[in-house]
Design a protein around this ligand. Structure first.
Ligand SMILES: Nc1nc2c(ncn2[C@@H]2O[C@H](COP(=O)(O)OP(=O)(O)OP(=O)(O)O)[C@@H](O)[C@H]2O)c(=O)[nH]1
Length: 306
């Protein structure tokens, strides 16, 4: 006996078009291939949608979306090309119903990261979101990464320096001439650094729209760009020489959240592979219980809004 096929045969009780219909929280493994690197398996969470453009149709065909994604998972790799094919497939499998397709893939991308000095290596997991849209025949792709880093407060550093100056004056106030060796010894004592500036775990969230000329999702290139710009990414494997270098980098790259946002804005503006960007830097303050945040965009017409 033929099975009832409600999506095909029934009519909508209440008519209306819908912007997005589909599935959310689909968990599955995917091989992600990007940046000319070998494909890496990730554990992904996926959302798949099409619009429902026929006001009378009962519903979309969920299984058709799901099975195309499943095929990508088992037989292929996630690339710009296969995501393009997937979006096309969603529309082709919903002729007369849909003109828009949407895919969002979230996963952690693992990278081996080199230590600052010691040549050790360790894993870092970067949260990544890839979004693809196909709207009336036009594709639109977006890459989002979260990059953790350390930010040291410039104001706090200046205040700490003042305390160190005062401690130095006090230490040697009775002495007309101070021997260099004495100063070096004093600087190496706890009293030599009587105050330390506060620094905090911070996260830069960057969304970038791929230019039409892009041929892949440059996940690693975008992470490298953000880390090279901020200069104080959090570290994986750390020996003492790495920790000392990290302290130096923090001291030489003092930043408010405004500084971090402006540096990233400048760096992203140089990138022709991205036609637009949005970024938010979050400094999870150690001075305050609240956070310091900056948000900005490329600022193009009809582009991202803060
Ligand atoms: N459209 C829709 N389907 C749902 C929903 N919740 C569960 N489903 C089920 O998703 C299943 C798959 O739907 P279809 O893709 O139309 O399945 P099918 O008719 O076997 O596949 P085709 O022959 O390709 O149309 C059906 O059993 C639906 O009942 C929902 O909210 N909307």
């Amino acid at each position: 006996m033929a099975m009832p096929d409600i999506a095909n045969s029934a009519q909508a009780q209440t008519e209306g078009t819908l912007d997005r219909v589909g599935m959310s929280n689909i968990e599955l493994p995917l091989m992600v291939q990007t940046d000319n690197y070998p494909a890496q398996q990730v554990s992904a969470k996926v959302e798949l949608f099409v619009n429902l453009g026929d006001p009378q149709a009962k519903g979309i065909h969920m299984s058709r979306l799901y099975l195309q994604l499943d095929q990508l998972s088992t037989e292929s790799e996630l690339t710009l090309q296969t995501l393009t094919t997937l979006l096309n497939g969603f529309i082709e499998s919903h002729i007369d119903l849909s003109t828009e397709a949407f895919v969002k893939v979230e996963f952690d991308y693992n990278l081996r990261r080199k230590s600052l000095i010691s040549e050790k290596r360790g894993w870092k997991a970067y949260p990544v979101v890839i979004i693809g849209r196909l709207i009336d025949g036009k594709f639109d792709f977006e890459l989002q990464v979260d990059v953790p880093y350390s930010s040291t407060c410039p104001c706090s550093a200046a205040l700490a320096r003042q305390l160190i100056q005062e401690a130095f004056s006090k230490q040697y106030e009775q002495q007309e001439n101070v021997a260099k060796e004495d100063i070096i010894t004093w600087l190496g004592s706890t009293q030599g650094i009587v105050a330390t500036p506060h620094s905090q775990r911070s996260v830069a969230q960057v969304k970038a729209k791929l230019s039409d000329s892009a041929d892949n999702f440059p996940i690693i290139a975008l992470i490298d760009l953000i880390e090279a710009t901020l200069k104080t990414p959090v570290q994986a494997a750390v020996k003492r020489e790495d920790e000392q270098e990290f302290a130096r980098l923090n001291g030489q790259n003092l930043m408010f959240c405004e500084d971090a946002a402006r540096q990233l804005q400048y760096a992203l503006n140089q990138q022709t592979q991205f036609s637009d960007f949005w970024l938010r830097v979050n400094h999870y303050e150690s001075l305050h219980a609240h956070d310091a945040v900056s948000v900005t965009t490329k600022g193009i017409k009809d582009g991202y809004k803060a």
